[in-house]
Structures are given as C-alpha cells and as structure tokens.
Design a protein around this ligand. Structure first.
Ligand code: MLT
Length: 407
C-alpha cells in the first residue's frame, strides 16, 4: 500500500499566495468590469534591464550554433557568474567569500525551502512570526513539527516580531539549532543593524546553532550603515548561510536566477557532536537534485554587474522605492502605523482589525489587492502588507482609491 507523507496533512490547505489568487479570481469573475490593482504578491512588473536583455539575446544566439552551443553546465553555476558575485557582492564590501562558496540556483524560494534537508529532523527550529511561509511550511513537510494548534505548529520556537520590539525578535531564551532570519524583512519591511545582527551571530556561535539569512531584498537598502550581507559580521562565516536573488534586484521573477552562499568554514554537527563542513553536504544535494540554471539566464545575471547593468538596476530599484514612499506616506497620512518602505519594497500596516477583513475591504471598495498579515503568522493578525511592485501610475491610482474609501 502506497502511503503518503502525513506531515503534508498538517499543512494549511494551500499556499498563502495561491489562496489570495483564488479570492482575487473569484472577485474578478463576479466583477468583470472592475480594474484590479495588484499590490499583493511581491512580483515585479518592469522589463528586464537592457544590459541583461542584451546578454540574454547574445547567449541565446550562442545556443543557435554548434560551435558555441552549451549542454549541461556545472550544477553549481558557471564560474563567470560565481566569480563576479564573489567579487562584487562580497569582496568589495570586505566580506571574505570565494566563488566556490556560491551556488547558483533558480530561486531563493527553492533554496530556502530545500536547505533544511541537509539538517537532522530532530533539531529545534526558530522561525520568526510573521514570516515568509516557505521557511515554516518546508519544516512541516520534513516532519520537524507537531500539529497546527491555535495558530502555531507544535515544536517550533516562534520569534515574535512586533511593534514593541521594532519587528526585530529577541534572542531565544532556550537553545535552538536552526534560526531563520530575513532582512530587509519580508513581510514587515524592517531592517536589522550590524549590532543586532552581531548579537544573533554570537548567539549562534555560543549555541552551536546555524543561521539561515535570507537577504533577497538587499538591493533595496538605502542606508549605508545597514548590513548588506551577514558576512559583514565577524564570525558569520562559521554559523551562517546566506540567500540572495536576482528576482527583485533585477526583475528576474519570471527569468529565475538566485544564489546561496555556503562558506567553507560553515559547520554543523553529527549526533556524536563531531563537527562537519556544511558546504560538501549542500554541494552533494545540489548536484544530485539540480541540473543548473540555463546558460542564457546566467549570462543575463552576469550583466547585472556590468557598469550599465549596475546603473540600470539602481534605476529599477529606485523606481519601486518611489512607489514604496508613496504608499508609506499615504497610509501614514490616513493614520495607520506603518513600518518598512524605506529600505524595503514592503510596507507593513497596522490595520487594527482582522487582516482578512481589511484585505476584503480593500479589494471590494478599492479594487486593490494586498496581502493579509495573518497569512504570515499569528503576529501578523491585524496587519496587511502592501507591495511596491507595480507601475508608479498604478500605485498612484491605488492610493487615490484607498484614500477615497470612507474610513
Ligand atoms: C512575496 O510576495 O512575499 C514574495 O514575492 C514571495 C516570493 O518571493 O516567493
């Protein structure tokens, strides 16, 4: 008899953004003439930077000739991309990361979801609340939790991020083994200082824990004092894995390219307490289950680091940050407490009411899609998240419609 992985039965019926898409589709069916503005899922809307498109086309042309055609590439990514990432994203910032420590992939969602496979199922996992649902759901699938009870999975240590702690959770009171952190944060838009991040690194060293640091929104940081990578923090090479993505940085949500950094010195332990390097485990997993990102996509990603590419992605992220400012200003003027929007494309808004009720109200009265905070965890109840990823004109229109609602 074929048996299912019963851990899947513990999950909520569908993934948050699939749930939202269903509700929006039902609304559109019932109101075919209403124009909907989507500020829910953080999906980019602007074209790929010209530098990327040029490189992409050129690489496709190479595939059209036997002399320059490429078949399977290295699973870890082509050296040209790993080298430029190590230099531009890390070494120029004083972070000691080498090309062999970079693993190119098709998305930070997959990497943050898959990484837990290389760790034991009997570890204690600390996950922020609210949180990007992938971290939690993949640990549920792997069997690291009990059942879902009153908004929480048994066995998970929830790191509460609230307005009281500035959306930076306190260090866990008891020892945990695996810690998920994401800054600039999805969904709250909060940022972490070097000092605060150093506290987490020290905690991980002291407790023989490991930090999974999701820095997918790093390109939206505008304050120079904020850390752009966890490897700016002393000791992080031993205790942290970092995830980055070209999705939001360069408009690659539909093109797919990201990378994970696993330093050679990053360690974990076996059941006897013996130390092991994590890199060979991730390398083994990656090489067994993944066949690499396509050559043209990696060439397009490489172009992000060319002089033109750098200028174009700055222009692209500035564009979305202008949207973020507009959302932040309007929602603040309406009297809502907001966070994010300054170094992040997400604005986290305290609606002081049930977050699905707020979601429905914005959809029904303004035709605007947001993301209900409750979908990100218990601490998200009462909040909504508005994403800055859309055209400036649409964001302006959305804000005008929201301001017209009789509050
Ligand atoms: C979000 O809206 O939280 C993100 O777009 C989800 C993702 O990047 O997978």
């Amino acid at each position: 008899m074929i048996k299912i992985n019963e851990n899947y039965l513990k999950l909520k019926a569908s993934y948050l953004f699939a749930d939202i898409a269903k509700r929006v589709a039902a609304f559109q069916d019932a109101n075919p003439d209403k124009e909907i503005i989507r500020l829910g899922i953080g999906d980019v809307t602007r074209a790929l930077p010209k530098a990327c498109i040029g490189a992409f086309h050129k690489a496709v042309d190479e595939m059209a000739s036997d002399a320059t055609f490429r078949g399977y590439g290295p699973e870890q990514g082509y050296p040209f991309l790993r080298e430029i990432i190590a230099r531009e994203d890390y070494q120029t910032r004083g972070a000691d990361i080498s090309p062999e420590e970079i693993f190119i992939s098709d998305g930070a969602k997959c990497d943050t979801g898959n990484i837990q496979e290389i760790f034991s199922t009997d570890i204690t996992v600390a996950i922020p609340d609210p949180v990007y649902p992938v971290y939690l759901d993949t640990n549920v699938m792997a069997g690291r939790t009990g059942h879902f009870n009153e908004g929480r999975y048994e066995g998970i240590i929830y790191l509460e991020s609230t307005s009281e702690n500035g959306f930076i959770p306190e260090l866990p009171k008891k020892s945990v083994d695996l810690i998920y952190l994401c800054y600039p944060n999805n969904p709250t838009g909060a940022t972490i200082t070097k000092q605060q991040l150093a506290d987490w690194v020290r905690y991980a060293i002291k407790n023989k824990a490991l930090i999974l640091y999701d820095a997918a929104y790093e390109a939206f940081i505008r304050e120079d004092s904020l850390p752009r990578t966890i490897y700016e923090i002393e000791g992080a090479r031993e205790v942290a894995i970092e995830f980055r993505s070209f999705s939001k940085t360069a408009g690659f949500t539909g093109t797919r390219c990201a990378f994970t950094v696993v330093p050679k010195t990053c360690r974990a332990y076996d059941r006897h307490g013996e130390k092991h390097a994590v890199l060979p485990l991730w390398n083994r997993r990656h090489a067994t289950k993944f066949n690499g990102v396509s050559y043209p996509v990696q060439k397009a990603a490489e172009a992000v680091y060319s002089p033109d590419g750098k200028a174009q992605i700055k222009e692209l992220t500035d564009y979305y940050m202008k949207n973020a400012q507009l959302i932040l200003n309007n929602m603040t003027q309406l009297g809502y407490e907001c966070t994010g929007g300054n170094n992040s494309p997400y604005i986290w808004i305290n609606g002081k009411r049930d977050s699905w009720e707020f979601f429905d109200m914005l959809l029904n009265k303004a035709g605007v899609v947001c993301t209900p905070g409750a979908g990100f965890g218990k601490c998200g109840e009462g909040y909504i998240r508005i994403s800055a990823f859309n055209s400036f004109e649409n964001v302006q229109k959305a804000m005008e419609r929201i301001c017209r609602i009789a509050w």
